[in-house]
Design a protein around this ligand. Structure first.
Ligand SMILES: C[S@@+](CC[C@H](N)C(=O)[O-])C[C@H]1O[C@@H](n2cnc3c(N)ncnc32)[C@H](O)[C@@H]1O
Length: 365
């Protein structure tokens, strides 16, 4: 492979969250950002691919895999760069070159995919990201912007209370302030006490240090600052944590509010206990589709077959049984599943009613 004979750049990548350093050899001239993304995506849980990288200088210990220590959303800073010597044509160099090529190819694929799936550069989010350079770091997945736009745009320019789980470096505070406007009341929750430095009441930015899985803490906070219009879970990305926060908070979100859980890709990754059918937040959310239909589950076919809209016990919240599924149905308009994201839109609801107009019909077969 031609690349093995060229000098390579060694990037030392530091994971702030896990205080460890990765080193990866890449060809000069490739976009660092794309390489980092490709690196994170490709080697997170692919032990075989990682053995290709290791000879070129990955600093992980023998039993460590990148996937065991690298979480989505981690901040990977390039802390040092060096030009590696031109390798010889031995096995070592060949494998190092193959690894570099694989990383570069993955970077290209990621970039191509990004262009294909997003209206690149068109949304206010992307325009803001394109010009934002000097400030606290924010790390987002490109296709999330369309999801945010679909579910958050109705809150723009008006007073909105947002609760974000996961503050980290504080960059998303700037993103949300720019997007929602000056009337945003931002509340961030982070378990890391260092995040308290981003508390800025003068700008209506409030950072609360605590554990987002602690129901008492989260409910006390939501009651104190609520009703919360927008919840964004960008915390640990652990399924059990996502679920604990959701179960603590969901009922306290404003009646027309939205609850968005991102980075659910972890729900499919082995190092996070993920996989199709595993005990994940996504599986939990799938089951809530049945709760969304709780009135229909209880009602059978009668409500549909009688177009005169006979009264049911699901016409009024006061007469509904006090069961979790019914409470969910009565307060939820929709669940939306995207790649790596689940969104719950809240809305007070009762049993469906028929509307029939027009005077000509043919019988059902
Ligand atoms: C992905 S980062 C947040 C990134 C930030 N929202 C942004 O867009 O720049 C995840 C954050 O969640 C925090 N975190 C992890 N587990 C947590 C928990 N149980 N409760 C609260 N915060 C937690 C971490 O300390 C970290 O700062």
């Amino acid at each position: 492979m031609a690349a093995t004979m060229e000098p390579k750049l060694a990037l030392y990548l530091r994971s702030a969250e896990h205080a460890c350093t990765f080193k990866v050899a890449v060809r000069p001239g490739k976009r660092v950002e794309a390489i980092l993304r490709a690196f994170a995506q490709r080697y997170r849980d692919d032990a075989d691919a990682l053995t290709l990288v290791a000879p070129s200088g990955c600093l992980l210990g023998g039993s460590d895999r990148v996937g065991d220590v690298l979480a989505d959303g981690d901040v990977l800073d390039v802390v040092r760069e060096e030009v590696l010597p031109v390798p010889g044509a031995d096995d070592y160099a060949a494998r190092a070159g193959a690894a570099a090529d694989a990383v570069a190819a993955a970077a290209d694929a990621v970039a191509a995919n990004t262009y294909a799936t997003a209206r690149r550069g068109e949304s206010d989010f992307e325009k803001w990201m394109a010009t934002y350079a000097d400030g606290p770091l924010v790390h987002k997945v490109a296709h999330y912007f369309d999801v945010y736009e679909r579910h958050f745009s109705r809150f723009r320019g008006r007073r909105v209370v947002m609760l974000e789980i996961g503050v980290q470096s504080g960059g998303s505070i700037e993103l949300w302030r720019a997007y929602f406007g000056d009337d945003l009341e931002y509340h961030g929750v982070d378990i890391n006490p260092n995040c308290a430095q981003f508390d800025d009441p003068a700008r209506n930015v409030h950072v609360h240090v605590g554990d987002a899985t602690d129901a008492n803490f989260m409910q006390a906070l939501a009651r104190r600052v609520g009703p919360v219009d927008v919840v964004l879970d960008d915390g640990s990305h652990e399924s059990a944590h996502m679920r604990a926060s959701f179960e603590a908070l969901y009922a306290l979100v404003a009646p027309r509010g939205v609850y968005l859980v991102e980075d659910c890709m972890t729900n499919y990754w082995r190092p996070w206990g993920g996989g199709v059918g595993a005990d994940t937040f996504i599986e939990f959310a799938k089951r809530l589709v049945d709760s969304l239909n709780a009135f229909n589950v209880a009602d059978g076919a009668e409500g549909y077959t009688d177009p005169t809209n006979p009264p049911t016990r699901y016409d009024d919240v006061a007469t509904m049984p006090d069961a979790p599924a019914v409470r969910f149905a009565a307060s939820t308009w929709s669940l939306c599943f995207y790649d790596g994201v689940v969104v719950f839109e809240r809305m007070p609801r009762t049993h469906f009613k028929h509307i029939r107009r027009g005077n000509r019909s043919i019988p059902y077969d």
